[in-house]
Design a protein around this ligand. Structure first.
Ligand code: IVH
Length: 674
């Protein structure tokens, strides 16, 4: 299709608008439109680009993602070496640094310094030609780094094109890519919920994210970049001072630290260090010190460099986040699925700005690795906002009466026997639903949307009800009284009634939801559905032996064992009986006949957003027609249902020539089977 000037103009406008709003959001932290509004405009841009591929511009937000994975990174040379910084640790070190400089250039009066936070991330070099980002590279050994252009493009605060009119022919911008604490914590929460490995600390996380050959993975990580200097500039003017260069970089669209300041003389530099130490814990990102740079470029040039570091700059590092303290004892905590974790109780110690009195010991393997005993002096390390760790034991300080750590044979909370798992590295409480420590989490799971779906019974209320003794097992939810709820602070009659109504409504459920809501280990939604279809009758599931259970699709010996063990616990059976006695019920699941399952054996993938159905509803509808719904596209996939915003899964489906339908076609298809 030929593109009219009008369309080209509309496209350019829309693209510029999106760049403007992304800059407001990611760089200035001052959005002017909602996320949903941004997404809508972005979808519009994508559809224009699909209809008129010749319009796609290099700085379109769509160009941040979608690059093909690389086979390997190529090595690139830095025109000017990327130096590192000398370290200072005390006020005196800074006084000496300032003195050295003044002597070297015969300067009597105080020197002006640019002071900046020292970001704890990964150094990068970005090259812009005629304003356009053409190369991103890591520091490497300072002389050569790796070409990570695709990955830096996936970082939203990296401008794909510099803003402004008078742009240099070529300019190299240097800065630090890091993972903000919030993004790091959110990422880890999600990873833990999915039983995936958490990231160790924000710095490692940033490094790992930039080392990905597939830029889509980089794009999925919450990264940001702060620019801290101009490497070189061709066909453009460098201002006289570094602090002015920072302002220029900021005008070009980069994120530059709000905390950058100028200070005159060593004393003012040390004052700056004190100020930053005080706000350090409240910053949204990790810093490991501050950097002082001689502000005037002419003076920098006269000072030059030695070996790997310039004479004109220094980093004053914060004290190491490591301290030694004594391990007073070990307690055992019971988590959501009953895993019992050893927690070290420590003589309180101040590390990296906070007082630490607990640290996780993970599991038996970790305890063996450290060879730690109660009474030992231990090295406590805090990295970023991560839970404090015991890094090592000071063996030379071990007292004669140091005691080995014994694992309990009964749950410390409910006294039920413990089970040993994974070659005995981890232990688990065998009591399931009736263990009070697991109770709060099981209740949260029971009421959640995909389980019994009790609207209004959020985490806070669950915890309150348990603390008040209103709920002792999940079955007690059905005994809650309106009057007792209405008396609680912030609730009142109306909310109490709504909650009671929601609880009542949840009684009519489905067998698969009910099974899922019990929180049996490794019995997720898909397994619950398979169980419900296969047995149709709850009592048959309850009394099934492991052989019978393994006849269910996708149920292997481990899952069968979990199910069988769950239903052989007297306490669990009592809870289940109570639930049934309170009126929890469901219609008999329809036995899938060929007719009722027109999509039997079809493997479907849902991607992007759907407007008329939630993901869960769409999945349930497909499953009820016999389809298997999976999370990723492979050769085995038969059908992909793609809503707006579909990304890599859609690409993969296209690549593999798999049938793709949109939401409208999907609705029509469902309609056919109603
Ligand atoms: S200036 C020659 N400024 O610290 C100047 N570096 O040990 C060197 N860093 O590899 C860079 N924040 O990755 C500079 N505001 C800042 C910085 C900073 C963090 C890192 C940088 C460098 C390392 C030097």
């Amino acid at each position: 299709m030929a593109v009219s000037t009008q369309i080209a103009e509309d496209y350019r406008k829309l693209k510029d608008e999106l760049i403007y709003h992304a800059h407001r959001y990611y760089v200035l932290d001052a959005p002017e439109i909602s996320d949903a509004d941004y997404d809508k405009r972005y979808q519009h841009l994508l559809s224009m680009e699909q209809s008129y591929p010749e319009l796609v511009s290099d700085d379109s937000p769509s160009q941040r993602v979608g690059a093909e994975p690389l086979a390997e990174f190529t090595s690139v040379e830095h025109r000017l070496p990327m130096l590192s910084l000398d370290n200072a640790f005390t006020e005196e070190d800074i006084v000496a640094f300032d003195k050295r400089i003044r002597e070297r250039i015969n300067h009597e009066v105080d020197i002006q310094f640019s002071c900046e936070p020292k970001y704890d991330g990964i150094a990068v070099s970005l090259i812009y030609q005629q304003g356009l980002l053409v190369r991103g590279a890591t520091r490497g050994d300072g002389k050569r780094g790796e070409d990570i252009t695709q990955n830096v493009k996936a970082v939203p605060s990296v401008p794909l094109r510099l803003q402004g009119k008078l742009l240099p022919d070529t300019v190299e911008i240097r800065g630090e890519i890091y993972m903000p604490r919030r993004g790091f914590e959110d990422y880890n929460k999600r990873a833990l919920a999915r039983d995936e490995k958490p990231l160790i600390n924000p710095r490692n996380a940033a490094a790992g994210s930039l080392r990905q050959l597939d830029a889509k993975i980089t794009a999925s990580r919450p990264l940001a970049m702060c620019a801290y200097s101009i490497g070189y500039i061709d066909g453009g003017e460098l201002p006289r001072h570094h602090s002015e260069a920072l302002k220029l970089i900021q005008q070009w669209g980069f994120l530059v630290s709000d905390y950058a300041a100028v200070a005159v003389g060593a004393r003012a530099c040390n004052d700056y260090y004190d100020r930053l130490s005080n706000v350090r814990a409240t910053l949204p990102f990790d810093i490991d010190g501050v950097v002082f740079k001689v502000d005037e470029f002419a003076k920098q040039a006269r000072l030059g460099s030695v070996a790997k570091a310039p004479r004109w700059a220094i980093a004053r590092k914060f004290p190491a986040q490591e301290e030694i303290t004594v391990l007073k004892g070990v307690e055992f905590q019971v988590g959501r699925t009953g895993t019992i974790t050893p927690v070290a109780r420590l003589a309180p110690v101040f590390v990296g700005g906070v007082t630490v009195s607990n640290a996780t010991l993970h599991n038996r393997e970790e305890i063996d690795r450290l060879d730690v005993r109660i009474g030992d002096s231990v090295v406590i390390r805090r990295a970023g906002d991560v839970i404090p760790q015991i890094a090592a034991v000071v063996q030379s300080k071990r007292p004669a009466n140091a005691e080995p750590i014994h694992f309990p044979s009964a749950c410390p909370v409910c006294q039920s026997p413990v089970l040993f798992v994974e070659d005995q590295a981890a232990i688990r409480c065998s009591a399931g639903l009736s263990c009070p420590a697991q109770m709060k989490e099981s209740i949260k799971h029971f009421v959640s949307r995909n389980a019994m779906d009790i609207e209004g019974l959020g985490d806070r209320l669950v915890e309150l009800f348990v603390d008040l003794g209103f709920i002792k097992t999940i079955a007690d939810i059905y005994l809650l009284k309106k009057a007792e709820i209405a008396e609680l602070e912030g609730l009142g009659n109306k909310s109490a009634q709504n909650l009671i109504d929601a609880i009542e409504k949840s009684k009519l459920s489905t067998l698969e939801r009910f099974l899922y809501s019990l929180g049996i280990r490794e019995v997720g939604q898909a397994t619950s559905l398979n169980l419900a279809r296969h047995f149709a009758d709850f009592n048959l599931i309850r009394s099934a032996d492991v052989e019978a259970l393994q006849e269910v699709p996708d149920v292997g010996p481990v899952v069968a064992e979990h199910i069988q063990r769950f239903f052989s616990s007297e306490k669990n059976n009592a809870v289940v009986d109570a639930l049934l006695a309170h009126g929890v019920t469901w219609p008999i699941p329809e036995q899938p006949s060929q007719e009722a399952t027109p999509l039997a054996d079809r493997v479907c993938v849902l991607t992007g957003t759907l407007e008329q159905l939630s993901r869960t509803e769409a999945k349930e509808r497909l499953q009820s027609l016999g389809a298997k719904v999976v999370g990723s596209v492979s050769k085995k996939t038969n059908l992909v249902i793609a809503g707006p915003g579909a990304g890599s899964k859609l690409d993969k489906a296209n690549e593999l020539n798999i049938e793709i339908i949109d939401e409208a076609q999907f609705m029509t298809m469902l309609g056919r089977y109603d």
